[in-house]
Unconditional design. Structure first.
Length: 100
């Protein structure tokens, strides 16, 4: 299965929630995760409630969220959470592609 459309859809979903910039150049999943990590870190520092609301809307499991917030090293919370959110967005994009 070609992952490119799924990855683009996942980024578009994250882009709406986190107000990420458009990727003008060739799509790079690592760059998408880096941008998402920066947005998550910013929300962790400035607006935790908004971040938690986004996690709820994205439908990140409560167990996953609790595990990351309580068991990750402080320096890696933002990147761990961004990766979990990215994986959830990819799951949703795959489901949409499968049933559309």
């Amino acid at each position: 299965m070609d992952q490119e459309p799924v990855l683009h859809t996942a980024y578009q979903l994250a882009q709406k929630q986190f107000e990420l910039p458009e990727l003008k150049e060739a799509f790079d999943e690592e760059k998408a995760i880096r941008l998402l990590t920066l947005a998550v870190r910013d929300l962790l520092d400035k607006d935790l409630e908004k971040l938690l609301n986004i996690c709820y809307r994205i439908d990140l499991s409560e167990d996953t969220l609790k595990q990351i917030l309580h068991q990750s090293e402080p320096d890696s919370v933002a990147s761990d959470l961004a990766k979990a959110l990215w994986e959830r967005q990819k799951q949703k994009a795959e489901i949409w592609k499968k049933y559309s």
